[in-house]
Design a protein around this ligand. Sequence first.
Ligand SMILES: [Fe+2]
Length: 183
Amino acid sequence: MSNDHIKTTTDPLDRFTEYYLRSGVSKRIFTPSKNPLLFIEGVSGVVLYRKKSFQVEMFICQPNTVIPEHTHPDVDSYELFLYGMQFTHSGETVISEEQAKQDTNGIPSWAYKTLRVRPNDTHGGKASKFGGAFISIQHWLNGVDPTHVSSNWSGETMGYQHSKQTGLLNTITQPSTELELEV
Ligand SMILES: [Fe+2]
């Protein structure tokens, strides 16, 4: 995603991304009152900004968390690398384990690298042994109000909790260990 492209585009997500990252609004965090936090399958999320169909959410993944390849049917987004995340897109590695570890003057070399993830694009990831963090800049489509992208999910889920959240519970068998945890 080049700046030249953003300045001239009519793409709604590109225009919002330019606004969010360049206008200065991102220097403050505006967490909404309604449903701003996510805690699921070793992933925590906090909404940094939400307005109409646009939203920005930061995710922190516990060490070695695997996000299986999936799509978000009603979300067009950019993933923005912060730390420690391998990313795949359409089955191809976009940021490798080695790249995720690279450092430039104390900052991850791939920080602020963006990856466009359109609604039908499969993508996934894995956190490093120290964990991982990334930001998702989203445009919600088809009249669906922004919640968490983990709710708007097609594909293998991250586990039992996630399957409950998505309503895909009947697609997996509840593991016995989870039964014990829930008692
Ligand atoms: Fe995703």
